[in-house]
Write a new protein. Structure first.
Length: 162
C-alpha cells in the first residue's frame, strides 16, 4: 500500500493530472493524508471504467509503422497516398482515352486481326485470278507486269478500305 502524490500517480499510469483530480472530486479515488493509495485507486478505476476501454486495454490495437509492414497492412497516410496516386493514374488514363491518345487494346487486336484477314484473303485470291492470263503469256516481262499490276491493284484496294 504505497501512498504517492496525484501527479506521481498520473505519471505512473499514463494519464493527465487533471483526470486524476477529477476522479478524486467524484469520490472514485480516495485520498489518505492528501496522497493516493495506488492499490485502492487502481481497483476503484477498474471498477468504474468503461467496459469498452477495458476490452481495448486487454487487446490493444497493433501500431503499424509509417510505410506499413504489419502483415501487409499500411497506415492511414500511406493508404491515402496510394489511393490518391491510383485516382490520378486512372484520371490520366480516362483523359488520354477521351482525347484519342489511348485506345482499348482488345479493339486494336480485333482491328489488326481484321486487317490481316483482308490482306491474306486478297493476296490468296491473286493466283486464281491470274492463272489463265499467265498461262497464255510467253514473255517473262509481260508476266512480271501482269503480276505487278495485280499486286498494285490489290494493295490500293486494301489501303482504301482502312
Amino acid at each position: 500500500m504505497a501512498l504517492i502524490s496525484q501527479a506521481e500517480f498520473s505519471r505512473q499510469i499514463g494519464v493527465s493530472k487533471p483526470y486524476i483530480h477529477k476522479l478524486v472530486k467524484k469520490g472514485i479515488i480516495k485520498l489518505r493524508n492528501g496522497k493516493v493509495d495506488t492499490a485502492q485507486a487502481m481497483e476503484a478505476m477498474k471498477a468504474n471504467a468503461d467496459p469498452a476501454n477495458l476490452l481495448r486495454e486487454e487487446n490493444p490495437p497493433e501500431v503499424i509503422p509509417a510505410g506499413g509492414n504489419a502483415a501487409g497492412a499500411v497506415d492511414f497516410i500511406t493508404a491515402r497516398t496510394m489511393r490518391e496516386a491510383f485516382k490520378a493514374k486512372l484520371a490520366k488514363l480516362e483523359y488520354e482515352e477521351k482525347s484519342k491518345k489511348l485506345t482499348d487494346a482488345s479493339k486494336v487486336r480485333n482491328d489488326a486481326f481484321k486487317a490481316g484477314r483482308i490482306i491474306r484473303d486478297e493476296l490468296l485470291a491473286i493466283p486464281d485470278r491470274l492463272a489463265d492470263v499467265l498461262a497464255a503469256e510467253d514473255d517473262p516481262g509481260e508476266v512480271r507486269k501482269v503480276i505487278f499490276d495485280e499486286l498494285e491493284l490489290v494493295l490500293n484496294r486494301i489501303s482504301k478500305q482502312g
